[in-house]
Design a protein around this ligand. Sequence first.
Ligand SMILES: CC[C@H]1O[C@@H](n2cnc3c(N)ncnc32)[C@H](O)[C@@H]1O
Length: 483
Amino acid sequence: MKLKFNRWTEEEFMKVREEVLKQWPTGAEVDLDEAVAYHKALPDHKNFAKKLIDAKEKGITLAQPRAGVALIDEHIELLNFLDEKGGADLLPSTIDSYTRQNKYEECERGIIESRRAGRSLLNGFPGVNHGIEGCRKVVESVNLPLQLRHGTPDARLLSEIMIASGFTSNEGGGVSYNIPYAKSVSLERTLLDWQYVDRLIGWYEEQGVSINREPFGPLTGTLVPPSMSNVVQILECLLAAEQGVKNITLGYGQCGNLVQDVAAIKSLREQAEEYCAELGYENMMITTVFHQWMGGFPEDEAKAFGVISNASVTAALSGATKVIVKTPHEALGIPTKEANAEGIKATKMVLNLLEGQNISDSEELNAEVDLIKKEVKAIMDKVAELGNGDLAVGTVKAIEQGVIDIPFAPSMYNAGKMLPARDNQGKIRYLEVGNVPFSQKIVDFNKSALEERAEFEEREVGFQLTVDDIFAVSKGKLIGRPE
Ligand SMILES: CC[C@H]1O[C@@H](n2cnc3c(N)ncnc32)[C@H](O)[C@@H]1O
């Protein structure tokens, strides 16, 4: 099928669907009409999309952990612990790495070995292998809305099974689950596969079942300039809206300077709504999600709580609809359920203390919002030009040419010419723009901000700033000052 931005016809979708459902035996269990009836029988408090709308209307920030283990009963126990002991507002099912690479045979072995070992030998929940019956047991055994969170370039079968099972939100996107997660999967392939996922959710929407979609905001989680991650979010928002998705949560990974992070969320929300209106998508319900620090964490648990609490302050003050919670075991690996619950409790304590507060408009905040929007517009205009108006084709070309360039990405298709670094207040700036099509004025602004830091640190502007910033937080600072 040739990549084009336009909405897939139902015939196109159903034709591809026949092949998708054959990829693993559990695919045969999916019956869309039966699934619609199942969803309509679910209570409202278990619908992710509805809970997000309610939070947006109330102006509150919901807390959601990541969590996933191999076996169904243990996974249920984990999720209920995070609800009852942690106070989670929304629940995940973090999917294991084999499933993310469509390696369902390995999942099967992992499930058997986990049963034998009496503990999870997979780093997440293998939803395809557990099938509708297993996933529905999770849905019926927990009391909060459920979202599948993963990092899957081809999530078509996984989405079919878990959405049909009663999960009401799905994370990911054609760029955000390729560039940071895959080494050599073509963008054209992933954009097509995520158009399929969005068309599936558009189909549910047409039947009156609202399913939330959440493009993955942080990308590589390493010094990603806010305008660059916002461009990816807005493109995935428009790609999803074109396929009929209505309820979308756009994401952003904390960078560390409070004003820049608040500006990033504010400009993301405003600009996404502007682009949706410009392209004629009506009745869109756009919310935002703030990811707590995605970079290196301190091993010391007290310091880790400092990182988690600091991130919770920004999440609250940014007005984000949701915050994705980290745990004090982040530097160690998969957290225990107790550590996971502690991360949520610390987060909710901060959210509660700051409820109703935000940082008021200031010259610094408005200038940052204005700059982010201008940088986003420069890239978006180029994407449209490269695609001759087709944003899907334009996205592929923009990545090929480094117009969209995600720092430190594993994908061989990512140009890797753009370099970021922090300025003297810790805001992320463009050290090298590579082929990112900014005006000279914007290039010069970014450069001068970095020159100000270099002068303060009595060193040259250069790649060493970037290197020092990458390791800074795990060493207990935001800005990588010379030692
Ligand atoms: C996007 C990366 C994030 O996902 C987290 N993560 C990955 N798998 C799991 C898991 N199975 N349980 C809890 N957290 C997890 C990881 O700690 C990191 O913070």
